[in-house]
Design a protein around this ligand. Sequence first.
Ligand code: AMP
Ligand code: GLY
Length: 416
Amino acid sequence: MNVLVIGGGGREHAIIRKLRESPRAGRIFCAPGNGGIARLAEQVSIGALEFKKLADFAAENGAFTVVGPEVPLAEGIADYFISRGLPVFGPVKAAARLEWSKSFSKSLMKKYGIPTAGYEVFTDAESALEYVERAARPLVVKADGLALGKGVTVCESREEAREAVLGAMRGKNGPAGETLVIEEFLTGPEVSVLAFCDGKTISPMLSSKDHKRALDGDLGPNTGGMGAICPSPRYTRETARECQEKIFEPTLRALLAEGLDFRGVLYFGLMLTPDGPKVIEYNARFGDPETQVVLPLLKTDLLEIMTACAEGRLAELKIEWESGAAACVVIASGGYPGDYEKGKEIRGLDEIDEASGVWAIHAGTELLDERIITSGGRVLGITAKAPNLSEALVKAYGAAEKIRFDGAFYRKDVGR
Ligand code: AMP
Ligand code: GLY
């Protein structure tokens, strides 16, 4: 079976790496791909929102389509493919709403008793500001819609909360911020759990932990993710049981009760609070960089799982995982997540010994005349697998040291 993967970041590189292991996979295409994906898949220059062109391409090439990023899902790419009778991995727009509208996901959680932070929704600045004056602090101000991870502000003071409200209402996040969710501040370790879902059955993957801040010690601005580990040491068997019972199963039941057919990856961003695990956010896709560490530990054929999700027969599969650990250290361009330069030549990639269980996942790279150059803020995710987390970290850091490009930097405390 041929496969078309949509996207061009580290997540899609990790997905394609895994798909290449499938004996059922024929030709693998990626639109648009990147410098690392270029070595594993045939690159197709069609944009993620050019639904007709993508569907024509998938139809001509008999391809099963896998959607990586959230924007095409929020714009209804799965609905379009289904209307054309084309097989696709990724939820329809109405189900992906769990990610593209925070006010929707919060009301769903409230209605079905799924643990999450207390909240209020506002559509005008006046009532939001009035609420800020009387609510307990700290507060978390969130834009309702997709905002590239930039729509959330944790506000210690009332002044900060006022600014966050005014900024959002003034259009800092575009239409995403016209509706606001203001939430109670929660504390505790954060864990990501991604789950395969076919609309009727949910199968959680191994837990993982993202490192969102730019600098060591969880300091500096939020980023798209500076590293990840799998599994999360904080996610015990007991916690997993509690999440299954109070969060995962109830979310699936809520979707079913609302007539929402979720086929794809349902991502649970969780906080393990003193009152038990609570949902911080849902995403309707694989996480980035969580995918880079979770998929290497998957034993079952990924393509088999994805087609089973699309066809609603996930219950037939037994999904198996390796018992080891994986770690990913992201190497970023100097200045990221602010302004940074592109086009820097990357050296040292051929010094990474893949046979020893460590490899470079490409995020922001491009292949130019046989050279790999930087083309984004997050450039590479050096990823390793080992029998335990400390060995995986030693391997990943050992290989990260070999990578050189102007301005390269990475966190030194991933997994600690
Ligand atoms: P989100 O985009 O909703 O995942 O939020 C981004 C980050 O903001 C999360 O990973 C948390 O670190 C933080 N955050 C979001 N909501 C809350 C909350 N209610 N309490 C504390 N921190 C939060
Ligand atoms: N790692 C967070 C996300 O993918 O949204």
